[in-house]
Design a protein around this ligand. Structure first.
Ligand SMILES: Nc1nc2c(ncn2[C@@H]2O[C@H](COP(=O)(O)OP(=O)(O)O)[C@@H](O)[C@H]2O)c(=O)[nH]1
Ligand SMILES: [Mg+2]
Length: 375
């Protein structure tokens, strides 16, 4: 079935044109305002009938027709959602603006909807943006300064996806720990025995800092090693950088059993879905999170969204490769401002005004599917 678009100064002329081109029994699927008057989506009725007749002959025909009908229904739903979006926009432009700000900055729809629902009534656009900034700053979970992990010491394993910056960050933390505790009271452990050169990378840092380096390829070896390091104020463990769903990973429970606390090292410059996966995999039960590669992250909104939803306290941020300089305690206002500014970047991924009704259509579709599952 082919659907054609008609643009006309008004609906009457549009219909006339549809009939002229597609015949008297043409089906108008939708109409909506257009800068030049009105836009109609229409299909020839015969088209549908012919398609149906031809396809009922073969066995797959039935499902093809159902697919066409589902597509038709989806199209109508999108159109309706587009109208609904337009109506909401007229009724409550400030709330819609707020959601657009969040989407543009890379925050996800779950958080955007929650925040939009909580926006106090009666604020103008500027006040709403200020409210948003304040709410994000207040809710961004930061590890409190008085729980400075390095000063208090202990055993920490850096966990995270491949290349997220675990080894580099560990070296930065170790350098700070040497300042606090002295080199003799700090030990590094390489538990990343899978990648060629992984231990060598850590050895360079250990030699530079004058701290001891130990190797423990698996949980058993780590269990035997840790008692030998009981006199160290701080033990930092570098783990293997496997993909998030690799079963060989030195898992959270194994580390918990050894009283090793976990720090999830997550690169902020990934897609939202990858950040979400890493936070689920490495963030659960972690003492805190370290966001890396912020220097290569034009839109840190997705990373902040993950921290907010998972209530994962941010311990450190990293904005470069230099050891030990590029590691800082997080500042919520700075991060939120950077995220919101990221939304103003003109990229091919930014939604244009005319994309919003489409997105509203996708949302409506999703809601419809959820309703379908529920019944
Ligand atoms: N631009 C940038 N690069 C980083 C940062 N942290 C780590 N890297 C680089 O990312 C790469 C992978 O880091 P590495 O520590 O080996 O990751 P690992 O596999 O998790 O141990 C290296 O080239 C690091 O220099 C950061 O904050 N910014
Ligand atoms: Mg590494």
């Amino acid at each position: 079935m082919s659907v054609q678009v008609f643009i006309a100064p008004n609906a009457r002329e549009g219909l006339a044109r549809v009939r002229q081109v597609l015949g008297d029994d043409a089906v108008v699927l939708s109409t909506r305002p257009h800068p030049q008057g009105v836009e109609l989506l229409a299909s020839a009725y015969g088209d549908l009938a012919v398609t149906a007749a031809a396809e009922s002959a073969d066995a797959a025909g039935g499902s093809r027709i159902l697919q066409e009908l589902a597509r038709l229904r989806g199209m109508l739903q999108n159109q309706l959602a587009g109208f609904a979006w337009g109506a909401t926009r007229r009724r409550d432009p400030v709330r819609v603006d707020l959601m657009q700000t969040l989407f543009a900055a890379g925050f996800g729809s779950a958080l955007a909807r929650t925040l939009a629902a909580r926006l106090p009534r009666g604020l103008d656009a500027d006040a709403a943006q200020r409210w948003l900034r304040q709410v994000l700053i207040r809710n961004l979970p930061l590890l409190p300064r008085d729980t400075d992990l390095l000063a208090r010491g202990g055993r920490y394993a850096l966990v995270g996806s491949t290349g997220s910056g675990k080894t580099t960050t560990l070296a930065k933390l170790a350098a700070r720990a040497v300042d606090t505790h002295g080199a003799a009271r700090v030990a590094l452990v390489a538990a990343d025995a899978y990648r060629v050169g992984a231990t060598a990378q850590l050895r360079v840092y250990a030699d530079l800092l004058g701290v001891s380096l130990h190797v423990a390829e698996d949980g058993n070896k780590l269990a035997r090693l840790l008692p030998l390091l009981a006199d160290r104020a701080l033990v930092l463990i570098d783990t293997a950088g496997h993909a998030p769903n690799d079963p060989r990973l030195l898992a959270g429970p194994a580390l918990d059993a050894l009283a090793v606390r976990r720090l999830a090292v997550i690169a902020a410059n990934q897609q939202g879905a990858a950040i979400e996966q890493a936070m689920q995999r490495f963030g659960q039960g972690a003492a805190g999170c370290i966001l890396t590669k912020l220097d290569e992250t034009p839109q840190p909104g997705a990373a902040l969204d993950g921290l907010l939803r998972h209530r994962l306290p941010l311990a450190w941020i990293s904005g470069g490769q230099r050891v030990p300089e590029d590691l800082h305690r997080p500042n919520a206002a700075y991060l939120v401002d950077r995220a919101l500014k990221g939304g103003q970047l003109a990229t091919p991924y930014a939604l244009e005004a005319e994309d919003w009704p489409l997105m509203a259509g996708v949302e409506a579709d999703r809601a419809e599917r959820r309703r379908g599952h529920g019944s």
